[in-house]
Design a protein around this ligand. Structure first.
Ligand code: GLU
Length: 420
């Protein structure tokens, strides 16, 4: 059974969302099945020599949801809970995200089941290179272009670039995005996802008639996405009152000094113990009063247990899949929360990845201002189109965003036809 291979609550959630959207769009049964299931599911075994001389074998996965509109695009995640079902769900969401943003890509996602916090940099390098080597027959600039995700950085992308280029016998920067600028990464890519989250939150505040300056935000997660979202919000004059990460949660009603917090995190490895804020229970943090709540870590943190208690005006889904379907139903019923759905809210990352790939193919580079201006134009267009769509069809933002993405893909499948 297909469901059994991908048996995981996150996949159940992505598939459930898809079924709802397919019903809404009244998708033709034959196109519906083709849109739902991934094209390729690849699992590779990764033997790595550990620092103590042992050999440990890790599992790495790559799911390519479909290639009908172009190469597959999406991140590579390092996390202890990674499994093939979760990766398949994330690949499916990438699919709708790329279609919603009008990027010429299908969706993909990769993951290695490991705890990067427990691996030395040497071990991470050997693991990443081995994955790049094992997966290289299935990737390439016109087939599958990876990027960073939870637990990976520009450095991991540099190792993949080097391994792939060595195998090809030539420098191939367009095989990967989110790489360091000196290896032809794009200006603005590192902050792109967080920047996009803050930008869209400011647009949502505008729509609600609220001032951006002085608006408050709570951010769950202080990795690449959460930290740049916080920094950009602060630059807009917003007050980031609460932040959490794996080490705990902190609160300062006058606004946390994001620059100082970044320094603290660089020195200590987490937000816990930051002198410029009080300690708070991480579950309590999510239900504090604020204008913008941005879950910026993993899936399924807004659930049926806390959805009714949320006290935010805007829910900015910086992570992929942070809200369960049960919580979605509660939020829809409440009707007092402006949802920025994940596939739009965090699309800044993949959009600038697309810009990076285009620059690489042309052997040309844009300035940071050019990149961020083009990013804001694209996000704003998608945001305005979504509001128009939802207004016209009287539907919730999640349904509207997914419907736009799924419909684009379904039309392509239908027009291309079924081979043979
Ligand atoms: N991992 C990011 C995401 O979930 C970025 C993907 C990319 O840049 O390809 O959207």
């Amino acid at each position: 059974m297909k469901e059994e291979l991908l048996n995981d609550p996150v996949f159940g959630m992505a598939a459930g969302q898809f079924d709802r959207v397919a019903d809404f769009l009244k998708l033709d049964e034959r196109v519906r099945e083709r849109c739902k299931w991934p094209k390729r599911i690849i699992t590779v075994s990764l033997p790595v020599t550990m620092d103590d001389g042992r050999t440990e074998v890790f599992f790495g996965h790559r799911v390519q949801h479909h290639l009908s509109r172009g190469p597959v695009k999406g991140g590579l995640r390092f996390h202890p809970k990674v499994n093939v079902g979760e990766v398949a769900a994330l690949a499916m969401w990438m699919n709708w995200k790329c279609a919603l943003m009008g990027l010429p890509y299908g969706g993909g996602k990769g993951g290695i089941t490991c705890d990067p916090r427990k691996l030395s940099m040497g071990e991470q390098e050997r693991l990443t290179r081995r994955f790049a080597q094992e997966i290289s027959p299935f990737i390439g600039p016109e087939i599958d272009v990876m990027a960073p995700d939870v637990g990976t950085t520009a450095q991991h992308m540099a190792w993949i670039l080097d391994t792939y280029s060595t195998r090809e016998g030539r420098f191939v920067p367009e095989v990967i995005t989110g790489k360091p600028v000196e290896l032809q990464g794009s200006e603005g890519r590192t902050q792109a996802t967080g920047h996009g989250v803050a930008f869209l939150a400011s647009r949502a505040l505008n729509k609600l008639g609220l001032d951006v300056k002085g608006a408050t935000a709570v951010i769950q997660g202080f990795g690449n996405v959460g930290s740049y979202a916080a920094e950009t919000m602060e630059s807009y004059g917003m007050k980031v009152t609460g932040i959490s990460d794996i080490t705990g949660a902190i609160w300062n009603g006058d606004g946390i000094d994001v620059f100082k917090l970044k320094q603290h995190v660089a020195e200590t490895g987490g937000v816990a113990g930051f002198a410029g804020a009080d300690k708070m229970d991480p579950d309590e943090l999510l239900i504090q009063e604020c204008d913008v709540l941005a879950p910026a870590a993993l899936e399924r943190v807004i659930t049926k247990d806390n959805a009714a208690q949320l006290k935010c005006k805007i829910l900015a889904e910086a992570a992929n899949g942070p809200t369960t379907q049960e919580a979605d139903a509660i939020i829809e019923e409440r009707g007092d929360i402006f949802l920025l759905p994940d596939i739009l809210c965090n699309a800044g990352g993949v959009t600038v990845s697309y810009f990076e790939w285009v620059q690489n193919l042309q052997r040309f580079s844009w300035t940071k201002t050019e990149v961020l201006t083009k990013l804001e134009t694209k996000l704003n267009e998608a945001f305005e189109n979504l509001l128009l769509f939802c207004d016209e069809h009287k539907c919730a933002h999640r349904l509207g965003a997914l419907a736009t993405g799924v419909d684009t893909v379904a039309k392509v499948k239908k027009t291309r036809g079924l081979f043979p």
